[in-house]
Design a protein around this ligand. Structure first.
Ligand code: NAD
Ligand code: GLY
Length: 359
C-alpha cells in the first residue's frame, strides 16, 4: 500500500510516495517530456538497488545513464559534485534531462544541488534509501555540499519533482544508520508534536528492530510534519529554523571531528541532548524533560556525550552556522516538549551546557 503526503511550497508542489516496492515504480514519477534520465548513486547503494531503478526507468523508453559518486560524507564536496557535471556534459544531457538521486542524504543533497545549477536548473526526483533521507533530507528542497570550514555552506533551495520512498530499502541499512535516522524522527516530536514524541518513547525498540508498521508510521508522520513546516517557510526566513534543533551542536561535532567520524544523525542525536540542556538554562525546559530527551536519544542508539573539543573551539565551530547573524549564534531551544523557539543564548549558558554535555 502506498501513502501519499503532499508538499506545497512556492518553489514547487510534489508528492511524497511512501510504500514497499516504490523502487519498481519509478517510471511513473518521470516527466513525459524527459529526454534522458540520469541516476546518481554510489557503489554501495548502486550494487543493491540501481538495477531495479534502471529496469523501472527503462519503461519510459528514455536513455538511462548511471553516475556513481564515491560513498561518504567526506566526499560531499565540490570535487565530487563536478563528477555529476562531467557525466551530464559527456553524455550531452540537455535541459529536459531528469536526475534521479538514489541513495542517502549525501547523494540527495549533491544531486539536488547539481540539478539546481546544471544549465541553470533541470528536474530531479529524490529516491531516498536511508531512514534519515526518507524522513528529512529528501523533503523540502535543501541541497548543498560541504566546505572545509562549514557544513552544507554551499547550496540552493531547489524542490524535486517527487519523493519516492521505498520502505523495503531500509532492510539493508546498517543498525547504526537506523539509529542516526531515528534522531531526526524524534526531533519532529520534540519541536512540533508531543503526542508523536510520547509514541516514539513507547516504540523506540520496535523502530530499532525495523518493525514495518511502526517504521511506516514514523516515516509518514515525519514527512507530514516536515511538509507542514516547509509549506509555511520554504526558505527558512523564520519557522523552518526549528527543524535545526540540535544541529548547531551537531554540525560542530561533524566539522570539529572531521566529516564522517560521527554520522550526521548521531551528531544530531547528541545535539538534541545538548539543546535540551541549553533549553533548561534559557527557556525553562523542566529537568525531567531533559532527562526524557537523554533517555530517548540513548534508547534509539545514539551517543549522548559530545566530544571534548575545548570550549573555545566549540564556540568557534558553532559560529559557522547559517543561523548566525552579525556574529551572534542562534540556537533552537525548547520551552517544553512539542514547542520550539529560535534565539540567541547567553554565552554563560552555552559554556555551562558544553561543560555538562562533553567529555
Ligand atoms: P549517507 O547518505 O552518507 O548514507 C549513509 C550510508 O548508508 C552510506 O554509506 C550509504 O552508501 C549507505 N546506504 C544508503 N542507503 C542504503 C541502503 N538502503 N542499504 C545499505 N546501505 C545504504 O547519510 P545519510 O544519513 O542518509 O544523510 C546524511 C546527509 O544528509 C548529511 O550530509 C546531511 O547534511 C544531509 N541532510 C540534509 C538535509 C536536508 O534537508 N537537505 C536534512 C538532513 C540531513
Ligand atoms: N533539515 C532541516 C531542514 O530541512 O530545514
Amino acid at each position: 500500500m502506498t501513502t501519499v503526503v503532499h508538499v506545497d511550497t512556492p518553489g514547487g508542489q510534489y508528492p511524497i510516495h511512501i510504500g514497499a516496492g516504490r523502487l519498481d515504480l519509478l517510471d511513473a514519477s518521470i516527466a513525459a517530456d524527459a529526454t534522458s534520465i540520469v541516476i546518481v548513486t554510489n557503489p554501495a547503494v548502486g550494487a543493491l538497488y540501481a538495477h531495479r531503478a534502471r529496469t523501472a526507468l527503462a519503461r519510459t523508453g528514455r536513455r538511462v545513464i548511471t553516475v556513481e559518486l564515491p560513498d561518504g560524507e567526506i566526499h560531499k564536496d565540490w570535487q565530487t559534485l563536478n563528477l555529476i557535471f562531467d557525466a551530464l556534459l559527456e553524455n550531452r544531457c540537455d535541459r529536459r534531462c531528469v536526475l534521479v538521486a538514489l541513495g542517502g542524504g549525501v547523494i540527495g543533497d549533491m544531486t539536488g544541488f547539481a540539478a539546481a545549477v546544471y544549465m541553470r536548473g533541470v528536474r530531479f526526483v529524490q529516491v531516498p534509501t536511508t531512514l534519515l533521507a526518507q524522513v528529512d533530507s529528501s523533503v523540502g528542497g535543501k541541497t548543498a555540499v560541504n566546505h572545509p570550514l562549514g557544513k552544507n555552506m554551499i547550496g540552493a533551495f531547489y524542490q524535486p519533482l517527487a519523493v519516492e520512498i521505498d520502505t523495503e530499502a531500509l532492510a539493508t541499512l546498517p543498525a547504526r544508520e537506523i539509529s542516526a535516522g531515528l534522531a531526526e524522527v524524534i526531533k519532529y516530536g520534540l519541536i512540533l508534536d508531543p503526542e508523536f514524541w510520547s509514541w516514539c518513547e513507547i516504540n523506540a525498540a520496535r523502530l530499532r528492530a525495523l518493525d514495518r508498521e511502526a517504521l511506516s508510521y514514523a516515516i509518514r508522520r515525519s514527512c507530514e510534519l516536515k511538509a507542514q513546516v516547509v509549506g509555511k517557510d520554504e526558505r527558512e526566513s523564520g519557522l523552518r529554523a526549528i527543524l535545526n534543533l540540535g544541529h548547531t551542536f551537531g554540525h560542530a561535532i561533524e566539522s570539529g571531528l572531521g566529516y564522517g567520524q560521527w554520522l550526521h544523525g548521531e551528531a544530531v542525536g547528541c545535539g538534541l541532548v545538548q539543546a535540551a540542556e541549553l533549553s533548561a538554562r534559557v527557556t525553562g525546559l523542566p529537568a525531567a524533560d531533559v532527562a526524557r530527551v537523554r533517555k530517548l536519544v540513548a534508547d534509539i542508539g545514539c551517543p549522548v556525550a559530545a566530544p571534548d573539543l575545548g570550549a573555545e573551539r566549540w564556540l568557534a565551530l558553532m559560529q559557522v552556522d547559517k543561523k548566525t547573524e552579525d556574529g551572534q549564534i542562534k540556537f533552537v531551544m525548547l520551552p517544553r516538549i512539542g514547542q520550539a523557539v529560535t534565539r540567541a543564548a547567553p554565552e554563560a549558558a552555552v559554556r555551562d551546557t558544553l561543560a555538562c554535555t562533553t567529555g
